[in-house]
Structure formats: structure tokens, C-alpha cells
Ligand binder design. Structure first.
Ligand code: FAD
Length: 569
């Protein structure tokens, strides 16, 4: 600071300092001389703690650069200064006060000269403040602070004060230079602002919605408790960054661009993944542009805020609970549909089995009839009877075939195999847990969607997982594992379903796909039609299914579904 002053001090100070030095012998020079003397000494060596703006202001009053004011004019400038200036002796007895001091305090200078500055004291200032004031200036440092003062008329005002000691040539405080301004209005405004802010914060914090006010570079201007709670859940990662990323990735909305353009949006649903066991949380987000009134000088005549000065209020409503309920209801629905389908398959299997069973005897009867016919003669009557049996048997078959329920035709929609497998796994969770099976689920991060029949595919995946569960139950492994993975290949999606159960013998690899082929030890409820139907479904999707011959640690079913196939209408 002293270095600054040396570079900027007006020329006339050197003159004053030479002619009117502050000395211990200095006996009451005339007011102008004393003022110039004190100010000159102060500016020559501003005490520690003096605000640079004050030194600058006083230097400006005296005129800087090549055109310094003569001392008489400088004294007049001090007199006219808008800053209330007073000069006291070492005991705070007022020796000089300028016009602004008179205007601020209501005392004429003749009334206050000779009085202690305590004449302005109001009982509302704590004693400790005065003690600190005197300790500071006693250490030859500048004190800055706020006191509650009283005017001559008895009105209170809040004075922002700067008190600087001016030392004599022996280094002792000879004078004190006091400068004060009324900051009552500012204090009232600040108090009103604080109160307003407290009110707004109370309302924001009471709202059960995340609220955050941001600027166009993504800074948080204001937030509420719900936002802070999410910040905690995210372990310090700024929620605003995650919202911006999720809005971009999941809804194509650029949050900061919206802020810059002064545009909002409504009810955009997105999900955030929370670290640890936080799981996925769903939010419905809306944003409203906020045009804050501009505080800069150029806005005085109503200039509009710059593009970058817009604000955006982002509201995020946590809809995780609702979302979970919808998903649960969806799964329940699926579960019911799968059970229905399973029932239908059961019926189909049973009827198909009956047809199959009847076919055998019928064949025999037909053969016997043929033989008898070739034997000739008396056997004709028997042959006629057998033919009748055969005819009625064929009619039974036709009736049974007609009774077979039609597989419901399902509309082809775009399917994502990962979603279907995940749904089936969720439905099977309880069974998998009850059987102590560890599931290793490795979906491909990105799978092409293709036209297919969701219900059929879901039923097929359930059948294959059911098979794996049964195989694991019949195996002897202590650790039961089910591994599922998907990957996108050229024009197809490959699905691997592996279990570390007893596996399928090489000679059975193809036969297991025949109808009524069953190798289970426990055949209850299993007609041996599961893989036959799975093959039918895979074929309908232009794909293939096989038992992987290279897999020896159990059974691996490899499916591939054609993604390039056009849906038949
Ligand atoms: P006081 O008994 O005067 O002082 C209270 C405490 O201050 C004392 O216990 C003591 O610790 C300390 N103290 C007082 N005088 C001295 C001293 N000479 N040396 C060392 N310590 C001392 N006060 C205001 O209320 N309003 C103002 O605007 C104001 N402006 C001031 C401007 C200048 C330049 C200076 C030097 C002082 C100013 N003061 C002002 C402080 C004022 O002089 C009084 O100290 C204060 O008002 C308290 O007065 P009091 O009578 O209540 O208590």
C-alpha cells in the first residue's frame, strides 16, 4: 500500500510535509494547516490496515498526476468531501470536522469541537467493540468497523467508520483521523434481503421436490434441501451434472442450451444410477426460464440481460416409487400371461400326446385289417368291423385335432432380447433363489431390436430357463450356476443359456428337439415338448437353436435370432 501511494501521491504533499511537519511540539496550528498536516502525514505513511480505496479517494481529492491542487483548494475539497471527516487528538477530542460530518450528525462544528467523539455514542454498541477499536489504533493500525451512532436530534444511524492514527515524529499517535458514512439504509436493505432469502429458503426447503436454480454455465445459484439430500446420496457428485447428462442422453434435451435460449421444458422422465446400493432413481423434470432483474449499471435504463445471463429453474420430482409400482404391475401382468400360456401349452402337449398315443393302435388295426383282407374268405366280416374301428378311430383323431386350441396369433412388434430375458429372470427370481442357483447375467450393452413375437419369445426363454433349473436340481454340483449372455452378431442376435448341471449326452443332442423326448429323472408335468416348441418358435423367427457340442461343463443352449428378417403379415 505504501508503495502504491509513493507512486500516486500528489506533489503538494511533499510541499505540505516540508512546511508543516507533525511534531510533538506542534501546538494547535490553524484548522486548514492542521487538516493538511494530518492528511499529508496520513497519506505519506498510511497505517497498517488502511483500506487502499480510502487512500485513493483522499489522494483523488487532492488531485493526482500533473495537475495537483494548491493547498487552499485541497482544504476546500476536504471540506466539501461527501465523506464525513473528523480529526481528533490522542484522546478522541474533536479538533476538526468537515461539512459532511455536520450534515450526518446534525452537530454544528462549533458544538462538537472540543468534545469527545463519544458524543456520538449510542448505548447499542457493545463495549467490547470500543475496546477492540482502541486496542487497534493503540497498536498504530487503522481500525475499520461499524458503530451505532446517535445524531444531535436523537436519531440512530449505523456508521461505517475508518479510524487511522497519525503519528508524531517520535512515533506516537498524535492525532486520529476519523471517516464515517451512514450505512443504515444498506443495513436495512441487507436485513430485508436476508429475511426475504430466509423466507424463500423456508418455502423451497419445505417443497418435496428437488429445486435448483442454475446459470448458463451450469453453476448452482440456489438449491433446496431435497437437492442437498440427493447430493449426499450421490456422495458429493453434483446432481446438476448428472441431470444434464441424463437429459442429454435419455431425452435429447440440452439443459444449458435451454438456459441460454431462455426456454423451458415439461415432464421429461429420466433415470439416474446412484452409487453403491442406491440403485436407479426415476425423476420427472421440468424447467422454467427465470429472468432475473439485472443489477449492473447498464441495466438502469431497462437493458435486457445478455444471453449468458439467463437463469433456469429445474424441478425434479422423484417418481421412483410410482415407476416401480408400474413395473411391478407390468411384471404381474406378464406373470399372469405366462401362466396362461403355460396352461395352454400344457393342454396342447396333453392333447398332442393323446393323438400320438391313438395313432399307434390305429396303425395296428389298419395293418391287421390289411392282413385279414389278403387272407380272404370268412374273415371279411371281421375285416369290415376292423375297418369300421379304423374309421371311427380316424374320426376320433380328427375330432381331437380339431379340439387342439389354436396358438393365439400375436402381432409382431420390435423386440429387445435383453429386455425379454431380464423380465423372465425377474419372474423366475424366487425359484432361482429357492434352488440356490447363482445367476450370471451378461447382456450385450447394445442389441438391435427386430420384429418378433414377444410372448412367444418370453415363453421360450422361460422354458429354457425352467429346463436349466430342473437340470441343476438333478445334477450333483454344490455350486449351481446359470449363465445367460447375449451378443449382437452380423444380422442376428446370439443368446447363450448355460447351466453346470449334468448336461446332454452327445447322442441325444438332436433327439431332445423331437416331440415327447424326455430324459428327466423327474418327468412330472413334463411331456417332453418344451424344446420341440422352442424350436418351432425359433424357426418362426428365422433363427436356430442347438445344444453346443463344445460345451462340456453342463449344458449350453445356443440360440440365434435373425434381426434382418422382415415380419410376415
Ligand atoms: P469510553 O469510556 O470513552 O470508552 C470505552 C472503552 O474504550 C474504554 O473502556 C477503553 O477500553 C477504550 N478507550 C476509550 N478511550 C480510550 C483512550 N483514549 N485510550 C485507550 N482506550 C480508550 N465512538 C462512537 O460511539 N461513535 C463514533 O462515531 C466515534 N468516532 C470516533 C472517531 C475517532 C477518530 C476516535 C479516535 C474515536 C471515536 N469513537 C467513536 C470512540 C469514542 O471516542 C469512545 O471511545 C466511544 O464512543 C465510547 O465512549 P464511552 O464514553 O461509552 O466509553
Amino acid at each position: 500500500m505504501k508503495v502504491w501511494y509513493r507512486n500516486h501521491r500528489p506533489l503538494w504533499f511533499d510541499l505540505i510535509l516540508k512546511e508543516t511537519p507533525v511534531s510533538a511540539q506542534d501546538t494547535s496550528p490553524s484548522p486548514p494547516e492542521r487538516v493538511l498536516n494530518v492528511l499529508g502525514a496520513f497519506l505519506a505513511a498510511p497505517p497498517e490496515g488502511t483500506p487502499p480505496e480510502l487512500v485513493e479517494e483522499l489522494a483523488r481529492i487532492g488531485g493526482t498526476g500533473g495537475d495537483p491542487l494548491p493547498p487552499s483548494l485541497f482544504f476546500e475539497a476536504v471540506e466539501q468531501s461527501p465523506l464525513a471527516i473528523s480529526i481528533t487528538d490522542a484522546k478522541a477530542t474533536i479538533l476538526y470536522a468537515n461539512r459532511a460530518f455536520e450534515a450526518l450528525t446534525g452537530y454544528a462544528r462549533e458544538e462538537v469541537i472540543g468534545c469527545n467523539e463519544s458524543i456520538l455514542s449510542n448505548n447499542a454498541t457493545p463495549r467490547s467493540v470500543y475496546e477492540q477499536l482502541w486496542r487497534t489504533i493503540g497498536r498504530r493500525q487503522t481500525w475499520t468497523g461499524t458503530l451505532v451512532n446517535r445524531t444531535r436530534a436523537g436519531g440512530d444511524y449505523l456508521a461505517e467508520l475508518i479510524i487511522s492514527p497519525v503519528l508524531d515524529d517520535a512515533g506516537e499517535p498524535r492525532y486520529f483521523l476519523g471517516m464515517q458514512r451512514d450505512v443504515t439504509k444498506m443495513h436495512q436493505l441487507e436485513a430485508a434481503l436476508r429475511q426475504q432469502k430466509a423466507r424463500i429458503e423456508t418455502v423451497l426447503d419445505a417443497a418435496p421436490v428437488i429445486m435448483v436454480l442454475l446459470d448458463c454455465v451450469g453453476r448452482v445459484i440456489l438449491d433446496n434441501q431435497e437437492y442437498k439430500r440427493l447430493l449426499g446420496d450421490l456422495r458429493g457428485r453434483e446432481p446438476l451434472e448428472l441431470f444434464a447428462e441424463a437429459l442429454r442422453a435419455q431425452a435429447g434435451v440440452e439443459l444449458l442450451a435451454c438456459c441460454g435460449a431462455g426456454e423451458g421444458f415439461k415432464d421429461v422422465e429420466l433415470s439416474l444410477s446412484l452409487p453403491g446400493s442406491g440403485g436407479t432413481r426415476w425423476f420427472s423434470c421440468s424447467a422454467t426460464p427465470v429472468d432475473e432483474s439485472e443489477a449492473s449499471a447498464r441495466s438502469y435504463f431497462g437493458a435486457q440481460p445478455e444471453r449468458g445471463e439467463h437463469r433456469l429453474l429445474l424441478l425434479a420430482n422423484d417418481i421412483t416409487q410410482r415407476r416401480r409400482e408400474i413395473e411391478r404391475a407390468h411384471l404381474e401382468n406378464l406373470r399372469a400371461r405366462l401362466a396362461e400360456q403355460q396352461l395352454m401349452h400344457g393342454m396342447r402337449e396333453a392333447l398332442a400326446a393323446a393323438i400320438y398315443q391313438i395313432q399307434g393302435p390305429l396303425n395296428l388295426i389298419q395293418a391287421a385289417a390289411g392282413m385279414m383282407r389278403s387272407g380272404g374268405g370268412h374273415a371279411d366280416a371281421l375285416a369290415g368291423m376292423l375297418e369300421q374301428i379304423s374309421r371311427s378311430g380316424a374320426e376320433t383323431l380328427a375330432a381331437l385335432s380339431a379340439a387342439l386350441p389354436e396358438e393365439p396369433r400375436e402381432a409382431g412388434v420390435l423386440v429387445n432380447v435383453n429386455t425379454l430375458l431380464r423380465q423372465v429372470l425377474e419372474i423366475q427370481t424366487e425359484r432361482l433363489l429357492a434352488n440356490g442357483i447363482v445367476v450370471d447375467w451378461r447382456p450385450a450393452p447394445l442389441l438391435p431390436e427386430f420384429p418378433g413375437h414377444k410372448n412367444q419369445l418370453r415363453a421360450m426363454f422361460k422354458q429354457l430357463i425352467d429346463n436349466a433349473i430342473q437340470a441343476l436340481g438333478e445334477g450333483r454340483r454344490a455350486q449351481r450356476e446359470l449363465r445367460l449372455s447375449t451378443r449382437a452378431l452380423d444380422g442376428e442376435v446370439e443368446i447363450l443359456i448355460e447351466d453346470n448341471g449334468p448336461g446332454i449326452a452327445p447322442e441325444e443332442r438332436y433327439r431332445v428337439f423331437e416331440p415327447f423326448r424326455s430324459g428327466w429323472r423327474n418327468r412330472r408335468g413334463r411331456a417332453g415338448m418344451g424344446l420341440a416348441l422352442a424350436q418351432e418358435i425359433v424357426n418362426a423367427h428365422g433363427g436356430s437353436i442347438e445344444v453346443d457340442p463344445d460345451f462340456t461343463d453342463g449344458c449350453r443352449i445356443r440360440l440365434s435370432l435373425n434381426t434382418a428378417r422382415k415380419e410376415e403379415r
